[in-house]
Design a protein around this ligand. Structure first.
Ligand code: ADP
Ligand code: MG
Ligand code: MG
Length: 942
């Protein structure tokens, strides 16, 4: 076996192999090979570093000899000699792993200087100040990094020297002072460490290489890798780059700087960066002097400006990416020292993707693949102004992205009243309920102190695209007193707060926010995405407004329209309650029939907004108790009413004492207090209260009757539809009548009726029977031929297993992956997310929260089974997903690989889904067949 090669000169390294050469080494190799002016040097591979750790921190065999040989070559190439006072060669020893870990590992400059060389170098350059300054930097950097001396000791000496001389800046030190500093530095090393600073350059080099290897396992680097989840597969060991020094600090025809090929803040196609004349690279970052904007270099060093412009284009053409590079100018000659992909903000990413395609630098495919869906997400919502320096006072779960400021209100009614006047308000509650919905409409944002990401507040806010923070447990809310207390600070109604639903942060006061940007660049880019993808993108929308929003965001249909949201409107809830509380069949039918025209009008509105595009309407899903008040609140109200009744007629009754007995939630059902005050003194008052008590007792009885141990696994969805057929019959009627009326108005209503919670084909067969009957009667009544699809949610494990017979009855499947995930894990999401999932993820028991990122090997496997079995009997079975995962990029990619027809997500995530669907398709094309069959292919279900 040929011995492993550990050392590659920049001319020879495989510039594509970042794993072996590290990012910096690969960049230096590629720039050298492209003919850019790179000071010559070589790379010691990451493999050598791994060997070093594998063999108890010994240099691997042969490495020493290879380094010596490479140094010889370097001497020949540069016509200089390492350690020779006459024509000295100096090198830097630079760390660089496969992934950029900025500032986490070490680099030492100016190796090759010693007492003798510095003296000769000072004379030869006729610049002793520079020579001794370089030596001082070497002793300090080497002392700290390669020998373990304390930084503080060097800083003290430098400070003392400046003081003694009355200087403010390092560069004001005289030659004598600098020489003195060098001597003291060496003395500190000897005193503290008991060894001399090595005068033998080869010894310096070996120690420096070892120190760079060592920095791979340094605390900073280890912490950084843990924090950013950098695994050994991604990046293992650091390479070491040994490179001829060039000096930006030899005079005013010298400079050093860092630049981006484009502005990373705006994406503008201009060189962006800073530089310093007469300085060494580290000075720019160190902030010792204030660097100048790069544009000034055009004036200050006009001969070198064209070098920079040329490099800018060469780099982008080579990397097809904006580059962030380091350069140094030594006595008028321009050198490149590093290049890497530029980190940019979201705006710049989108802008440069569009521009670089139009300039011919990128292909459309590259432009789409380089944008992360997270970036898009940032642009689609208002966010906290990045330049605002505000400290959050509390934080909760980020439930719905976007930032909003407004006056605190504690009741939905107050939100409505104040919001209507145009005042921005934030609704702050312990948790929200369906009857708070009118407050949501007027609020700019919602903040709760309890509940998880599927709490009512979270789900509703997400659906509306309003910023929402939930479960901010540090906030104590007293909605009677209308005050919140956060870490001892009282916030009364009307005080302004700001919430960031993207991060979960809560701020006091009006923190500046910036507008979302859906500019022309984004439109162009998403247009390309639409041309590239095969997976459809729909939205979940319950109202005509949401539907219009969805369309504006590019949705190609509605994948989920939840009818229960319509039941919660203020004018409907009483009717719905009548329906539930009905004592006779006739009473129930009457209530149901009152709902029919209302639902029909809703459906017409949505079909119209989506004209020509499919709308999937789900029949009623939640358990009925969700439309009734909770047991606790009823008991509270009844207690309060009974106390009020006992006070009536008592001698010292007055309004104020009664007022304190009334539960706030009762105010709506009682006459105003002034009126009540009068009535209460007489028998009339008793009657009012007695009637109310009776009404509440009836509701209480019903609530008790329909209370279930596990309502989410209880009487809901199709189970309700089958046992109370009037309900589904009315809904189906309202849907089909809406379609029929629109057909007669020449509006193209594309309808899909969807049944929730199905576990058994028989359930569907029965609902289908209902559909047939209703269809026949609507067709007769309206004289039209109806055209629509009948399908089912797939959200129970059994539905996946029985997908084959289910597909015989239905024309489409839509995965409800929230319920399916709960069912697959037997986790209740709320409990899991608040109790143990965070620890599970932290400890690595589960890789991710399966309610956010689709669990490919569990839930995904069931989905695969369902798709395959369903299509086996109905090849044209349409399959979609309407759970929240439908807006999650990696889950979207999985859906693409499984042949789903569409994903459906919140209107505000539609652009993200469009991009993610395009990326899924493009990546699939990129991957070769072999890779797909490779066991590591991430979407292979095992
Ligand atoms: P980092 O990865 O922390 O940026 P680098 O290895 O890039 O560390 O080096 C730190 C500084 O030293 C940079 O400003 C770099 O440009 C400069 N530098 C490194 N090697 C040389 C060299 N051979 N000649 C001149 N400057 C150098
Ligand atoms: Mg660098
Ligand atoms: Mg469901």
């Amino acid at each position: 076996m040929a011995p492993t090669k550990y050392v590659f000169p920049f001319e020879q390294g495989d510039a594509g192999d970042r794993q072996l050469l590290g990012g910096k080494g690969a960049g230096l190799a590629s720039m050298t090979q492209m003919g850019l002016p790179v000071p010559p040097g070589f790379t010691v591979t990451t493999h050598a570093c791994r060997q070093y750790y594998a063999t108890d921190q010994q240099f691997p065999e042969g490495l020493g000899a290879e380094v010596h040989a490479a140094m010889k070559q370097l001497e020949e190439k540069t016509d200089k000699v390492f350690g020779d006072p006459e024509k000295p060669l100096f090198v830097s020893v630079r760390s660089g792993a496969a992934m950029s870990m900025p500032g986490m590992m070490d680099t030492i400059l100016n190796l090759g200087l010693n007492d003798q060389v510095v003296e000769a170098f000072a004379q030869a350059t006729d610049n002793p100040r520079f020579a001794y300054d370089a030596y001082r930097r070497l002793i300090q950097g080497f002392g700290e990094i390669a020998m373990g001396a304390e930084e503080r000791r060097f800083a003290e000496i430098l400070e003392a020297a400046k003081q003694k001389q009355g200087a403010t800046y390092d560069y004001e030190l005289t030659i004598k002072s600098l020489k003195d500093v060098c001597d003291k530095y060496k003395q500190v090393i000897l005193d503290d460490l008991g060894v001399e600073f090595p005068q033998d350059p080869m010894k310096q080099l070996e120690m420096a290489i070892e120190a760079v290897f060592g920095s791979w396992m340094g605390k900073r680097a280890v912490d950084y890798r843990r924090e950013f989840k950098i695994t050994p597969e991604m990046c293992n060991g650091t390479a070491v780059n040994v490179q001829t020094m060039v000096f930006g600090n030899m005079g005013n025809d010298c400079a050093t700087g860092v630049a981006f090929t484009r502005d990373p803040g705006t994406g503008d196609n201009v060189l962006y960066g800073e530089y310093l004349t007469n300085a060494q690279g580290e000075d720019v970052v160190a902030g010792i002097r204030t660097p100048k904007p790069i544009a000034e270099l055009e004036r200050e060093m006009p001969e070198n400006w064209p070098d920079l412009q040329k490099v800018r284009h060469t780099l982008e053409e080579r990397y097809h990416e904006v580059q962030d590079f380091e350069f140094t100018i030594e006595r008028g000659k321009f050198y490149m020292l590093q290049t890497r992909n530029g980190k940019m903000n979201a705006t710049a990413f989108v802008r440069t993707s569009r521009d670089m395609v139009e300039e011919g630098v990128l292909s459309v495919e590259e432009a789409l693949l380089r944008i992360s869906p997270d970036h898009l997400e940032q642009l689609l919502h208002r966010r906290i102004d990045p330049s605002a320096d505000a400290e959050p006072i509390a934080s909760g779960l980020p439930a719905s992205p976007g930032a909003a400021s407004g006056a605190v209100v504690f009741e939905a009614d107050d939100a409505e009243a104040r919001g209507r006047t145009g005042e921005p308000v934030i609704l702050v509650r312990e948790e929200t309920k369906p009857e708070d919905i009118h407050g949501f409409f007027q609020a700019k944002g919602i903040l709760t102190s309890r509940g998880g990401k599927t709490s009512h507040a979270a789900v509703v806010a997400r659906g509306m695209g309003k910023p929402c923070v939930v479960g901010a447990e540090d906030i104590l809310i007293d909605d009677r007193e209308k005050v919140a207390v956060i870490k001892g600070q009282r916030i009364s109604e009307g005080e302004v707060i700001t919430i960031d639903g993207g991060s979960g942060a809560v701020y006091i006061g009006d923190v500046p926010t910036v507008e979302p940007e859906f500019g022309p660049e984004m439109k162009t880019l998403l247009g390309w995405a639409d041309e590239s993808r095969t997976l459809g993108v729909r939205a979940n929308a319950d109202t005509p407004e949401d539907a219009a929003k969805a369309r504006e965001m590019g949705a190609e249909g509605i994948g989920l329209c939840r009818t229960e949201r319509m039941f919660n409107a203020a004018d409907r809830l009483p009717i719905v309650r009548d329906m539930i509380l009905a004592r006779t069949e006739a009473e129930r039918r009457e209530a149901i029939e009152k709902l029919r025209p209302m639902q029909k009008a809703d459906f017409k509105g949505i079909f119209k907004a989506m004209e020509g595009l499919p709308v999937t309407i789900r029949l009623l899903d939640p358990p009925l108790h969700e439309f009734l008040p909770s047991l606790e609140s009823l008991l509270l109200e009844l207690g309060s009413l009974r106390r009020v009744r006992d006070h009536i007629g008592a001698s010292k009754t007055n309004r104020e004492s009664i007022a304190t007995l009334i539960e706030p939630s009762l105010k709506e059902s009682l006459p105003p207090l002034e009126q009540l005050g009068e009535q209460l003194s007489g028998a009339e008052g008793k009657l009012v209260i007695d009637a109310l008590i009776e009404e509440k007792e009836t509701i209480l009885q019903t609530v008790r009757d329909i209370t279930e141990v596990n309502p989410m696994l209880g009487h809901r969805g199709v189970r309700l539809g089958i046992t109370v057929p009037e309900l589904y019959s009315m809904q189906i009627g309202a849907i089909l009548e809406a379609v029929a009326e629109l057909t007669n108005e020449n509006v193209d209503a594309v309808c899909e009726i969807m049944v929730p919670q199905v576990t058994e084909p028989q359930e569907l067969a029965r609902v289908n029977e209902l559909v047939k009957q209703v269809r026949a009667s609507v067709e007769r009544e309206y004289g039209v031929q109806l055209d629509f699809k009948f399908g089912t949610m797939i959200e129970a494990v059994r539905a996946c297993i029985r997908a084959r017979p289910i597909a015989e009855i239905t024309e489409f499947f839509s995965f409800g992956t929230n319920d399916l995930t709960q069912a697959t894990f037997s986790f209740s999401r709320e409990d899991a997310e608040t109790k143990f999932l965070p620890q599970y993820v932290e400890m690595g028991v589960l890789p991710e929260n399966p309610f956010e990122a689709l669990d490919i090997h569990g839930v995904g496997r069931l989905m695969k089974l369902a798709v395959e079995s369903g299509r086996a009997v109905r090849p044209d079975l349409k399959v979609g997903i309407c759970g929240e995962h439908g807006g999650h990029p990696r889950s979207i990619e999985f859906c693409h690989t499984q042949g789903l027809d569409y994903v459906s997500c919140s209107p505000f995530r539609v652009p993200i889904a469009r991009l993610a669907a395009a990326q899924a398709k493009l990546r699939e094309e990129r991957r070769s067949r072999e890779e797909r069959e490779h066991p590591d292919y991430p979407f292979n279900v095992m």
